[in-house]
Design a protein. Structure first.
Lengths: 373, 354
């Protein structure tokens, strides 16, 4: 590992120094910094929660601005062979309570085979928050308009859309598009095609005292990201936008379980669609299929047509929900006794990203009722 | 609601009949919730009328002067309190046939024609109350005939105001609604009676805010098992343990009383002060554990009577699993116990397929 790379993990008590170390590592080595935003369900510390799932996680150093952790992983050497190695991550607190950044400049294998699976196994107390397609669109727009850039273009978009004509049982299309367009053009094209975003990548050029710096970044709705070239600008612009939306999502999904409400009343949420999607009753069958696609879950469809009711149990933590379709343009999710923030995010994100992007809000019910008496 | 068709107690022997039983049971619960809502909702102020409340399955007591059952407990399916008056409602989906067939149903309604005590009011009493019969839309015609014939023959004598309401779930203008229609008799609350001629209650506004999935009658066994598996047993495993490496099955020690209490919280009607009846009943839970034992999912703990160890694991669809298992362990019956020849199903759609 080069001097700059090891420098990224140097102990520091000052945020500016930490940013400088990370910037230096990215500028001089060309490596990618990968990471994710994580949320902590209670006041526990991140290393402690990770250690509960993997006792080999070690804290190398800890300061007010970050913590440096080491965790073991099997590094692929030649095809079919692996050797024991360790990966290093930095855990940084954010301005939002309960939200942290987990960063590493170690190889992709470490991130995808060790770090992210460990975070996934740490649910429901430590989890990746989920943001929506509109949050990703907002992230793109705000980044393009941010100060200090002389060039910005979207390079890659992963999007999904409905298939109007069913082909071999498939009801949606997932596309990965390479492009060199502005944010406005990309978002207009997505709107026109009825697509919603799954992840975005862009490249940009920063005007600095040392000249122009070519950089690139990628962000996904699971709040994972990767960046190349520099860290400071990304941290203050797209990453802040992502953190704010992730915090709003965590707040929205929190305390939905009936055990946390007076008289155990439910606090349902609704996904609203601009069109009457369920006018076509085959969409109810599609929704049932989408729910069955969710991993580690149990889905019991109690009624499928003309209204829809399913009971969903999330087997990552035992949260339980009733999913209702009682009108042509919305899906209502009623959390039952246990509904953790991590699980609410997982279930809602699964429906939003696999069935269709809609607007998520509280379902007030009877206050909106229109009895025709 | 009482049923003359034994299949509604969860002994369906065909997948279609189980689905119908579940649908019928759920629709009855929805109808009770909607009627309670409508009676307590003030359309002009767009809010609940102050001081009103309703409860599903409430335990009351008859007076010594009761003509049918003096000084005995009575559990109407729904009570509605709109001070200074109230309403008592009984759902009878199987209200059909002749007056003689409906004798027990009529007697049950006459039992409520009494100075009942146990209302959720400070002194447990109410000035006066109306009596409601709730039937499915398809039984509206027959119910009208039976009530008229019973009154004429003097077998149905009721002093208090009596009305019959039918319900039907159907799509209305793009959303699913529960239509309530007051088709017989009169209510003291004229406004409510006028509104229900008929009244379509949008289910989206009401049901997602209600967690009640049970009322005073035993649900079909697969539904009871699914509700317990999904909503109760899942909460008996600590959230952190679900993702522990190598854990796929969780051994949960539990007792009949503990599960009954938890199921009452998870799926029972909201508890209405002291008068709330035991829903689900202990007997339903005992029977459910026997089914789980037969399925090889529950093991009796010999040292503790009424206690079991459940092997809890993920089922891709718990309802489908329990429907299959119930069909397996329930022997098909050529003639159901107590069924009269030519006995009719609860709803016309429940005619057996030959």
């Amino acid at each position: 590992m080069s001097e700059h790379l090891t420098g990224a993990y140097t102990r520091t008590e000052d945020a500016h120094a930490l940013f400088a170390h990370l910037d230096a590592a990215l500028r001089h080595t060309g490596v990618r910094l990968r990471g994710t935003v994580v949320a902590v369900d209670d006041g526990s510390d991140v290393p402690g929660l990770l250690r509960r799932r993997n006792s080999a996680v070690e804290t190398v150093w800890s300061s007010p601005v970050a913590m440096c952790l080491q965790l073991p992983y099997l590094r692929p050497t030649v095809p079919g062979q692996r050797e024991a190695s360790t990966g290093t991550v930095l855990v940084m607190p954010t301005d939002e309570p309960r939200l942290f950044l987990v960063l590493t400049v170690d190889p992709k294998d470490f991130v995808w085979q060790s770090l992210f699976p460990l975070i996934a196994r740490s649910a429901p107390r430590l989890f990746q928050p989920r943001i929506t397609s509109s949050s990703l669109a907002k992230l793109l727009s705000s980044s393009e308009q941010a100060a200090g850039l002389d060039y910005f273009e979207v390079t890659q978009v992963s999007a999904r859309s409905h298939l109007h004509e069913r082909r071999r049982g498939k009801r949606f299309r997932s596309e990965l598009m390479w492009t060199e367009e502005s944010t406005e053009d990309v978002l207009a094209a997505l709107r026109e095609r009825g697509q919603w975003l799954h992840s975005v990548a862009f490249r940009y050029r920063i005007l600095g005292s040392a000249g122009r710096l070519r950089c690139s970044a990628r962000f996904s709705r699971q709040c994972s990201f990767a960046m190349q070239g520099e860290f400071s600008w990304s941290y203050h612009n797209p990453l802040q936008s992502m953190i704010k939306d992730a915090a709003a999502a965590v707040r929205f999904y929190s305390n939905r379980g009936r055990t946390g409400t007076p008289r155990q009343e439910p606090r349902p949420v609704a996904i609203h669609y601009p069109d009457a999607v369920f006018h076509d009753k085959t969409k109810l069958r599609h929704l049932a299929r989408v729910l069955h696609l969710m991993t580690r879950s149990s889905v019991s469809v109690l009624h499928a047509n003309p209204y829809f009711r399913a009971s969903v149990v999330d087997f990552t933590d035992g949260s339980c929900y009733d999913i209702w379709v009682l009108s042509e343009n919305s899906i209502i999710i009623t959390p039952q006794l246990r509904a953790t923030s991590a699980s609410m995010g997982r279930v809602c994100d699964h429906i939003l990203s696999w069935f269709g992007e809609g607007t998520l809000r509280d379902h007030y019910g009877i206050a909106e009722s229109q009895h025709n008496g | 609601m009482e049923s003359r068709n034994p299949s509604t107690t969860g002994n369906g022997t065909k997948p279609d009949s189980i689905d119908l039983e579940i649908n019928t049971y759920q629709d009855t619960v929805y109808a009770l919730i909607c009627l309670g809502h409508v009676a307590t909702w003030d359309d002009s102020n767009r809010g609940f009328r102050p001081g009103t409340k309703y409860g599903i399955g409430c335990r009351m007591k008859t007076s010594i002067a009761n003509r049918i059952s003096p000084s005995r407990p009575a559990t109407p399916d729904l009570i509605i309190v709109t001070p200074p008056r109230g309403m008592v409602a009984e759902a009878k989906l199987s209200f059909h046939g002749s007056v003689a067939d409906c004798e027990s149903d009529l007697k049950q309604l006459m039992k409520y024609d009494d100075d009942l005590s146990g209302w959720p009011t400070p002194d447990g009493r109410i000035k006066a109350h109306d009596i409601l019969l709730i039937v499915h839309y398809t039984r509206k015609g027959e119910a009208t005939d039976i009530l008229a014939a019973a009154k004429k023959a003097g077998t149905f004598v009721i002093k208090r105001k009596f009305a019959a309401v039918c319900f039907n779930r159907s799509p209305q203008g793009g959303s699913e609604s529960m239509t309530l229609e007051c088709f017989h008799g009169a209510l003291t609350d004229r406004k409510l009676q006028r509104r229900m001629r008929p009244l379509a209650v949008p289910l989206a506004a009401v049901l997602p805010h209600h967690t009640a999935a049970l009322y005073d009658q035993p649900p079909p066994m697969p539904l009871l098992l699914q509700l317990t598996w999904d909503r109760v047993f899942s909460t008996l495993v600590p959230p952190d343990e679900f993702l522990e490496p190598g854990r796929k099955t969780f051994s949960i020690p539990c007792s009949v009383d503990q599960v009954r209490e938890l199921l009452a919280d998870a799926c029972g009607p909201p508890r209405l002060e002291k008068c709330q009846a035991e829903i689900p009943q202990r007997d339903w839970i005992k029977r459910m554990f026997l089914h789980l034992e037969q399925m090889g999912i529950a093991r009796r703990i010999d040292s503790k009577p009424g206690s079991y160890t459940i092997d809890y694991c993920r089922k891709p669809s718990s309802l489908d699993f329990f429907k299959r298992m119930c069909l397996k362990i329930t022997k098909p019956k050529t003639r159901l116990h107590g069924q009269k020849s030519g006995a009719r199903p609860d709803l016309p759609g429940q005619m057996p397929m030959f």
